[in-house]
Design a protein around this ligand. Structure first.
Ligand code: MEV
Length: 313
């Protein structure tokens, strides 16, 4: 039975440790944040998104969600976002996850985090060219997730692509004071992921860096459980340096990281880099926000560990 209208919302995310390396199957940690994308879907006479005709070229994620999850008649879709696109906070994952959930509910199927996460990963992977399931899985599940190379306690689901595989686990998120600093530069993830792959294909040095990021993420999982913000911060700052060596930071990100470090346990780029955002782990929120503003960035004080995709009534 097709329902008349469904509204869902799905959260954005920040990656605490391990972006890029996770694409190669290394461990990483992500937390859902209280910036969400709401999606409203209802049957209509033509396929539209926010009043414009839906096209695969301009809306590849939405088009991908329809192809993966819908075979009935045309739909009008509206989205409303707290997340700037290309900000490194997972807007494409949140829109894909939110829409897949809305389409399931519209058909009368129940919410199914795992099914949504698996399909959303396939869509993100085909649009970006290469991806890990970290953004889509954390938007589906919410709270925190640890992505690892093998199964451990709190296992949620397993995703495989070519020779790579990822085991997704639930992770409790302690109260963390996180400030996101958006550079204002909208960066596409696909080219950055491809750049790291080229680097890793050609040099053992890059592969060693990826391995080292994986090792510090694995330690980060333990530190997060102990709520050891001092060590977690150190690991984040070290991760930023390694990501910069991989060539995915930029001047604006480095400036925001440097400016916030005096008031933080640690700071790093979050997401794909090349622009987008950085995060600082701090208990001096106001000073960190001011340091970000002084360097031309936009601060967001975020709450981490929020609900994953859900129906809004
Ligand atoms: C982007 O938020 C995270 C990356 O590791 C890409 C991915 O995992 O798909 C850069």
């Amino acid at each position: 039975m097709v329902r008349q209208m469904v509204v869902t919302s799905a959260p954005g995310k920040v990656i605490l440790l391990g972006e890029h390396a996770v694409v190669f199957g290394q461990p990483a940690i992500a937390v859902a944040i209280d910036l969400r994308i709401r999606s409203e879907v209802h049957p209509a006479s033509t396929f539209t998104i926010n009043g414009s005709e839906l096209s695969g070229a301009t809306h590849p994620y939405i088009h991908g969600a329809i192809k993966a999850q819908w075979s009935d008649g045309p739909l009008a879709m509206e989205t409303e976002s707290d997340l700037p696109s290309g900000s490194g906070m997972g807007s494409s994952a949140a829109v894909t996850v939110g829409l897949l959930a809305a389409l399931r509910l519209l058909k009368g199927d129940g919410m199914d985090e795992k099914d949504i996460a698996v399909r959303a990963f396939e869509i993100e992977s085909s649009v970006q060219g290469r991806a890990s399931p970290i953004d889509t899985s954390v938007s589906a599940h919410g709270k925190g997730i640890v992505v690892g190379p093998c199964q451990a306690p709190d296992f949620l689901w397993h995703i495989k692509k070519d020779v790579r595989e990822w085991f997704i686990h639930h992770c409790d998120v302690p109260r963390l004071n996180l400030v996101v600093g958006f550079t204002g530069i909208h960066a596409a993830t696909g080219p950055l992921v491809a750049k790291v792959k080229r680097y890793a294909d050609h040099t053992t040095f890059a592969r060693d860096i990826i391995q080292e990021i994986g090792e510090l993420s694995a330690e980060g999982v333990k530190r997060l459980k102990e709520n050891d913000v001092v060590r977690l911060g150190e690991l984040m700052t070290r991760d930023h340096k390694l990501l910069a060596i991989l060539g995915v930071s930029c001047r604006e990100l480095d400036k925001l990281v440097m400016a916030t470090l005096p008031y933080s346990y640690g700071a790093k780029l979050t997401g794909a880099g090349g622009g987008g955002s950085m995060i600082a782990l701090t208990d001096r929120t106001e000073e960190v926000c001011e340091a970000i503003r002084m360097k031309g960035g936009t601060p967001f004080v975020v709450r981490a560990g929020v609900d994953g995709v859900r129906e809004e009534r």
